[in-house]
Design a protein around this ligand. Structure first.
Ligand code: RFL
Ligand code: PHB
Length: 387
């Protein structure tokens, strides 16, 4: 029997798409390369835009999110020892929510299994065939004929590479810095997020709960973690997050996870070839400074689910034909914002202090102008979805 949609990848994009399709009465199979424990344990994004929370709520997936998520009405910007609160709710009427990506993924997997719907873990050697005609997905020990394939297999997946190179335009910027991220058993520095621009480099204090801190510091892309003792990490955080004349708010505690994340801006266009549709990180990457990666994946699959619903129910392919262009409108807005936050907050100096002074001027303008604060806030809480 033919399945309507074959979905490759059980990250937020693939799992949410599968759920939205199920609610629309479209059958789908999700095929994931890794095992369930690995997928559920992968620590990544933490911040949901208001629209992402609304999407998960409307899809009936947000009971735990509303119990355990931490809603934030503002965030802090720090530079030159100054600290300034950006009143996100006051400026936009919207808020953001801290809820780990792995919690979103856990909720989605639990729902899928409870619904008794197909989700294949540990699928080795996944490949796609005849994507311009009658699509077929194969893996070690399995095969699936389908009408459409959704490539939700992240940046390192196989779907984007299955599209002929001359049918894709790739835009790629790799930044000359990275983030060293830690998870620590310590109360968050503040109940809202703190983004700090410091002469030593960027720092971000975020959290996963009232007792679990997530913190990042700018480092080199090839940074050797062995050079970063816990004491050195705490020192860097105290220094970069300091406010003049006030004690550092950073609370130390056991560090239970450490890792380095590379930073890039990447877009593959168009996000479709024949019957294959790319969504989420398979099609685009943003530097994490704007907290947008998972939110953009959710925005893509909202559009794709509606389009596949129409196509699979005989209501035509106009939305599918418009899928890539509709998504790319938002993607480029989000790319711009993520790039802007990144270049405003990271150390990019060439040694003469020029970039540092430009950043200070820009940050002073942002905190000093309601128009500029509103621009930041509107993008941070999430731009409205296309109708
Ligand atoms: P994912 O989550 O990478 O999922 C892809 C899935 O596909 C599987 N896969 C395959 N399956 C079958 N066959 C193959 N050949 C396969 N190849 C791969 C993988 O195992 C995986 O399960 O992509 P998706 O669903 O598009 O979701 C995107 C998000 O994961 C990503 O954009 C965010 O994590 C980015 N991001 C953030 N986004 C936010 O919205 N807010 C944040 O606060 C935020 N912070 C972050 C971040 C990413 C970070 N890192 C580590 C990259 C902070 C960090 C540090
Ligand atoms: C996180 O909570 O992991 C997080 C929050 C905001 C960002 C990036 C990461 O900009």
């Amino acid at each position: 029997m033919r399945t309507q949609v074959g979905i490759i990848g059980a990250g937020p994009a693939g799992l949410l798409l599968a759920h939205l399709l199920h609610r629309a009465g479209v059958d789908a199979v999700v095929i994931e390369a890794r095992d369930r424990a690995y997928v559920e344990g992968r620590i990544r994004a933490g911040l949901l835009e208001q629209g992402s929370v609304d999407t998960l709520t409307e899809a009936g997936l947000a009971a735990r999110l509303h119990r355990e998520g931490l809603a934030h009405d503002g965030m802090d910007l720090r530079f030159e020892g100054e600290h300034h609160r950006i009143d996100l709710a006051g400026l936009t009427g919207k808020r953001v929510t801290i809820y780990g990506q792995q919690e979103v993924v856990r909720d989605l997997i639990a729902q899928r299994l409870e619904d008794g719907l197909p989700l294949v873990f540990e699928a080795a050697d996944v490949a796609v065939h005849d994507i311009g005609g009658s699509p077929r997905i194969t893996w070690a020990g399995g095969a699936l004929d389908c009408d459409f394939i959704a490539g939700c297999d992240g940046f390192h997946g196989i779907c984007r590479g299955a599209i002929p190179a001359d049918a894709l335009t790739l835009h790629d910027r790799i930044y000359p810095f990275a983030w060293l991220g830690i998870l620590a058993q310590a109360p968050p520095a503040s109940h809202e997020l703190i983004y700090a621009r410091h002469a030593d480099g960027f720092a971000l204090a975020t959290m996963r709960s009232e007792t679990l801190s997530r913190m990042y510091i700018q480092c080199a892309p090839d940074e050797d973690l062995a050079q970063w003792s816990d004491a050195r990490i705490w020192d860097a955080l105290h220094t970069r997050l300091a406010r003049a004349g006030l004690p550092s708010q950073v609370h130390e505690g056991p560090i239970i996870q450490k890792g380095v994340t590379a930073m890039r801006s990447f877009v593959a266009e168009p996000m479709r070839y024949g019957k294959l549709f790319l969504a989420g990180d398979a099609a685009h990457i943003v530097p994490p400074t704007g907290a947008k990666g998972m939110n953009l994946a959710i925005a893509d699959v909202r559009v794709l689910a509606r389009a596949l619903d129409d196509a699979c129910h005989g209501r035509g392919e106009a939305l599918l034909d418009g899928y890539s262009a509709t998504c790319l409108e938002r993607i480029w807005q989000v790319q711009r914002f993520s790039w802007w936050m990144t270049q405003m907050l990271h150390r990019t100096d060439h040694g003469d202090g020029f970039e540092h002074r430009i950043q200070t001027a820009e940050l002073r303008y942002v905190v000093g102008s309601e128009a500029a604060r509103t621009t930041l806030a509107e993008n941070y809480v999430g731009l409205p979805y296309a109708a």
